[in-house]
Design a protein around this ligand. Structure first.
Ligand code: ARG
Length: 287
């Protein structure tokens, strides 16, 4: 007999104990912040009057690079370009899935030259299949890749038409999520993938409809609070087990630990003055 709807649970119950999480080796592209500065303001974190130190940014960034090396990940480097102070935020340079590159097209003129710079590097380093986008999008800042779906942010930077363009080019389903809080202007400031089939996120960053979509897709998500989000704790990088995360996100670090993940705290406070954290500095290259 066919089960009656009442007999079917809406979702599988969560496992009683956190399972052992497995790390998968990654390949990341990063850009040393030699020319880092806060000279313009294109998000609420940036205050040109307060300034920022490239020297301190480089030192903190080196600790991020060392954390990835210690975890066994491969890190490639793109040369920084003078006059592009935000180029350290490699995540925005492209979206690379299945060896194909969906290029970035920046919202603000200040960062426009970064799109071609990242596309050129990728073309010359084993990723010749590059689509020059017709629509505005900021790469992995607004596109987060899970095993079966790509989550895509809109509202501040990336256009919905870019979500459709990426879906058609990459052949992966793309789910649109609407961002509503200007502090969390990129999807990767409000949500990060955990091991390919789950996510952690801050609900307050999303529209009511997008919150409902997230609850339906990820009933066992790790839910962060505003204090975690306000230190860019959601701008984290998970390899399936280890989570490289801003050290100030104490509540989220504890939660991740309880869920069986291994938090790896880093201090990127200088880069936060431009509105970026660990994930912003990291573009994953998926062969
Ligand atoms: N200042 C940069 C901007 O506003 C920060 C980008 C951060 N990157 C990210 N993936 N969220 O564009």
């Amino acid at each position: 007999p066919v089960a009656t709807p009442a007999a079917m649970p809406a979702a599988m119950p969560a496992p009683a104990a956190a399972p052992l999480r497995e790390a998968v080796r990654r390949h990341y592209l990063m850009c040393r912040p030699e020319h880092f500065a806060v000279t313009y303001a294109i998000n609420p974190w940036m205050d040109p009057a307060a300034g920022a130190s490239a020297e301190l940014a480089v030192a903190q960034w080196e600790s991020l690079r060392e954390a990835y090396a210690a975890l066994g990940h491969q890190v490639s480097l793109i040369d920084p370009i003078e006059g592009l102070p935000d180029m350290v935020f490699a995540a925005n340079g492209a979206l690379v899935v299945g060896g194909r590159v969906y290029g970035a097209r920046f919202t603000h003129a200040e960062r426009a030259a970064e799109g071609p710079a990242y596309a050129d590097w990728l073309r010359g380093n084993g990723f010749p299949d590059v689509l020059e986008p017709a629509f505005t999008n900021e790469g992995e800042g607004d596109f987060l890749t899970l095993d079966h779906v790509i989550l895509a942010g809109t509202g501040f930077r990336t256009e919905i038409s870019a979500h459709q363009e990426a879906q058609e080019f990459l052949g992966r389903p793309v789910v649109t999520l609407r961002l509503v809080d200007p502090r969390f202007y990129h999807l990767d400031t409000a949500l990060f993938p955990l091991g390919g089939d789950n996510v952690a996120y801050y609900p307050g960053a999303f529209s009511p409809g997008s919150r409902a979509v997230l609850e339906r897709l990820f009933p066992h998500a790790v839910i962060a609070d505003e204090a975690d989000a306000a230190v860019l704790g959601l701008n984290a990088v998970c390899d399936g087990r280890n989570v490289v995360i801003n050290a100030e996100a104490a509540g989220l670090i504890k939660l991740l630990d309880e869920h069986g993940y291994e938090p790896v705290p880093v201090d990127l406070s200088e880069l936060r003055k431009a509105g970026g954290g660990p994930k912003c500095c990291t573009l994953e290259l998926r062969a």
